[in-house]
Design a protein around this ligand. Sequence first.
Ligand SMILES: NC(=O)c1ccc[n+]([C@@H]2O[C@H](COP(=O)([O-])OP(=O)(O)OC[C@H]3O[C@@H](n4cnc5c(N)ncnc54)[C@H](OP(=O)(O)O)[C@@H]3O)[C@@H](O)[C@H]2O)c1
Length: 369
Amino acid sequence: MAAMERLPQRGPRARGRVLVYGAYGHTGRFVVAELVRRGLEPVLSGRDADRLAGVGRLHPGAEVRPAAIGDTAALEEAVRGVAAVVNCAGPFLDTAGPVSAAAVRAGAHYLDVTAEQPSVRALYRAHDADAAAAGVVVLPAMAFYGGLADLLASAAVGGRGGPVEAVTVAMGLDRWWPTEGTRITGRRNTAPRLAVADGRLVPVGASSPTRTWDFPAPLGRQEVVRLPFSEVIMMHRHLGAERIDSYLSEAPLAELRDPATPGPEAADRTGRSSQRFAVDVRVVVGGVEHRAVAGGRDIYAVTAPLVVEAVTRVLDGRVRAGGAVAPGEAFDAADFLSALSPEALTVELPAGGAGGADAISREKPVPGR
Ligand SMILES: NC(=O)c1ccc[n+]([C@@H]2O[C@H](COP(=O)([O-])OP(=O)(O)OC[C@H]3O[C@@H](n4cnc5c(N)ncnc54)[C@H](OP(=O)(O)O)[C@@H]3O)[C@@H](O)[C@H]2O)c1
């Protein structure tokens, strides 16, 4: 991470141009639509020219630049003259390396929506130095899994002094209608999952302990299973917590694992499904627990306002750090989340930390301390 000093000089047109790699995927389409809604200019990219042309017909005027991951010259041509790249093509273990390298070489910011821990670690390692030197941001996992929990934890810690003793994340879903990309990514990512113990990243082991978690309505009480995603890597990078752990609702995981479960279906005119989610983050600082919670609909759809809000802030300079970063390092987390509430998601942040427009008090002493 480095303090943001300057951005490479770009013409006024380039400043609003954002390349979406994987533009015809389920998540990519939400991201393209959100960029258009926010007045930015998407450039459509991915490996299948015909499917890109199909998305292009929905957004007349959007430039189409096909490029396969293995074709370095085509990727370089695709990122030419854009201000930022949003990679929505997963498995990110296959795509994030080449797409981020092309973006940084071209002086463009790079963001993606990975949930894969090893992909985030590899990007942090690869771009710590060169992204800072190029004056750009490399921000992986700016999505439901990853960035949302990192922002909530960062807002809950806020300006409180003292070491962070523990962060516990619980992600509640009422259903999971997985996309093909989710299924393929799950099969591709076989690395042991990592949590944080004694301040270090450690494999969680084969056993997956369960516990009961009380989510806000409408989810209510659910059985959750320990299952860390990319948020652990991001929080470990900048929160300095002794322990970090993540849990996910157990029943929707069974739906994900069942090959007969259908993909997401639009339930409103924006294309969102009726799936409900809650992300409940509890941090312990100085023996006191602080809780930050977000809720909303459709984990794929909500990824679009999350990553596009990040793009907007990076492009207009509301970013605190350059180089390879986590969202809580790069942005004022409470301000970021409040800007998305209540249209994209509802947010409850603890009072007395980072604050926020709709801050409520949820502090409670940790038992036994
Ligand atoms: N962190 C989160 O909360 C979050 C949220 C949403 C999505 N995601 C992740 O985002 C990825 C996409 O999800 P999705 O729901 O949009 O799935 P999807 O609808 O199946 O789309 C996947 C996209 O990735 C492209 N792709 C995959 N491998 C590629 C490769 N090697 N080279 C070029 N393009 C490639 C696909 O192109 P083809 O059709 O040509 O294969 C397609 O455009 C998944 O990894 C998913 O886990 C994460």
